[in-house]
Design a protein around this ligand. Structure first.
Ligand code: ADP
Ligand code: MG
Length: 258
């Protein structure tokens, strides 16, 4: 598994007459953990949606590695995303939820039908390969004991872990997380924060993490891009932002203003 670099050049997004992102420029290194930090409404989620391809930009370019991804649909971008409100399939077990992306990419509609594995040794082979990969991800995320449960039988933190598992099972080069911890209580947030950092360290995937929580950003990131009003005000290592904020608004937001 290897992360890829991302180059965002003069990226713009407007909805009707409102300019939500204004000429964003950002280079993200291979395997970096970059956090987009800023108050609600500053454009963080919009930026992630443009990167993932869920929404077209109205100007500028995005390169992943050296590929221009503008013409590519989300599936072809080698990017996975976890949302603030993660949607698991309620009728499926944890195991089946994590396997979905692999099944969709490796088996045809007919091969996914119940019974197909009985008839075809090829389908059996692919299914056993998928089962192995799902087990590896489950182990990475400490989900082994929960594999036969359905989402309703899980806590919020466990569900979030399953959502992460489903997102990384295809080994994306880039992983986007939009305020993944905001619905959890403080203790669980702390624990999952450490798990996410650990996952980043072990996988080498390029992470873009979105939060409005300064402490979270400071604790987790290689670099923080502070956003305000659709622009990036400053992008630097946490210590640099804390010690030498470029703008008063950045200083206020990271809590260092005198
Ligand atoms: P954040 O994630 O930082 O809270 P968002 O990216 O969700 O911010 O939103 C940035 C701004 O764009 C907000 O002012 C929001 O109202 C506006 N916005 C987001 N999506 C749309 C949309 N589909 N149509 C119009 N305005 C939108
Ligand atoms: Mg948001």
């Amino acid at each position: 598994m290897a992360g890829q670099s991302i180059d965002i050049m003069n990226l713009e997004k407007r909805f009707d007459r409102t300019q939500v992102l204004k000429r964003i420029n950002l280079h993200i290194c291979e395997g970096e953990f970059l956090t987009l930090l800023g108050p609600s409404g500053c454009g963080k989620s919009t930026l992630l949606r443009l990167l993932a391809g869920f929404e077209p930009c109205t100007g500028g370019r995005i390169l992943i590695g050296d590929r221009d991804v503008a013409p590519l649909p989300p599936k072809a971008r080698d990017i996975a995303m976890v949302f603030q409100s993660y949607a698991l399939y309620p009728h499926m077990t944890v195991r089946a939820n994590i396997a979905v992306p692999l099944e969709m990419s490796r088996l045809s509609f007919r091969q996914r039908l119940p019974g197909a594995a009985i008839l075809s040794s090829k389908v059996r082979g692919v299914r056993s390969e998928i089962a192995k990969e799902v087990a590896t991800v489950a182990k990475q995320l400490g989900l082994e004991a929960l594999m036969d449960r359905k989402p309703a039988q899980l806590s919020g933190g466990q569900r979030q872990r399953v959502a992460v598992g489903r997102a990384i099972v295809r080994h994306p080069a880039v992983f986007l997380m939009d305020e993944p911890l905001s619905n959890l209580d403080a203790k669980l947030r702390q624990q999952l924060r450490e798990e996410i950092v650990d996952l980043h360290r072990r996988t080498g995937i390029t992470f873009i993490y979105v939060t409005h929580d300064q402490t979270e950003a400071m604790a987790m990131s290689d670099r923080i891009a502070v956003m305000e009003g659709g622009e990036i005000r400053q992008c630097a290592a946490p210590k640099e932002i804390y010690d030498r904020p470029d703008y008063l608004s950045v200083a206020r937001f990271v809590g260092t203003s005198a």
